[in-house]
Design a protein around this ligand. Sequence first.
Ligand code: PLP
Length: 361
Amino acid sequence: MIYLDYQATTPLAPEAREAMLAWLGGPESDSFGNPHSPHRMGRMAAAAVEVAREQVAALFPPGGRVIFTGSATEALNLAIRGNMPVRSGEHIAFSAIEHAAVIDTVKAIGNWTEIGVTPEGLVVPDTKMPPYAGLLAVMQVNNEIGTIQPIADMARRAKELGALLLVDGVQGAGKMALPPEADMIAVSAHKLHGPKGIGALWVRDGLKLIPHIEGGGQEQGLRSGTLSPTLCAGFGAAAKLAVERMEEDAAHVESLWRHARDAFDGWTLNGSAEQRWHGNLNIRKDGLDVARLMSECREVMFSAGSACASGSGRTSHVLRAIGLDDAQAKSSIRLGFGRYTTKDELERACSIILEAADSQG
Ligand code: PLP
């Protein structure tokens, strides 16, 4: 099987796997302590969690703290639901291409404004917004089309409005620097070669949140529940590796991108080519029957639209936001590649997909 769905999830880095094995903790080991217990085994586990926290913190700008969560979805919920201006009824503005973890959470809470994007898939910083917004939510890199948003400009808007800036950093973390202008940033381990089931919210120093999970008071009182040292250690090792390999990974992705772009010459790219993470190739071909294509290319793991929207039968809200009609959106595929994708695999996958697409006439 050839895996080309790096936006949905990524393979666990061998280094992260190794770090996790040390904390799986059978009865013969000393590594199954509860990191919140005061005895020696508990303190050993807590020390492993704190090492991981430092490693994850290196992904973020200086001047903030890292709260571990069960996923980026949970981190985004904490940022939105735990936000005081929002709790007191202030408006939330978010871009039309945010992940459902932002859009659905915001809509469940109350007053909101959606900010449009250009046909290139870029948020327009000078969009009219309510003057009284308390929170502005914009993602760094879109998960469906890979476009990189003008976060510095959005930070300027947030400042003008007196709003806090929440950045969904899930698809950018470990691949590029996370934006220093943000007040809160959410990330997910499994998108950067760490384990599934753990994410983090970075919160700027001095910013107070209200917990949305009550209980034992872990994670500075913001997210009660026993932490998993295994997941934290895996996340930490993956983050450390991502920081160390950032340039090397980006250069590898760039060469894969050039190859894939050439292979799909004649197909239309969805979203900007330049303001984009090049590990995401979202393309379309008029008249393409994507469901048939996928059933004929079972050896290649890729996505029709986003992994979240696909399967739901709904047209992707991101492709709609950039102006695609139903037919165009439904003839789009997303190929995602990265650190562990080889050129040979990519070449084989491109030939398989192209052959199947050409056979549709
Ligand atoms: N935000 C973006 C941009 C994503 O791509 C995803 C996952 O697809 C999420 C949030 C949710 O992440 P998690 O799987 O950790 O809940």
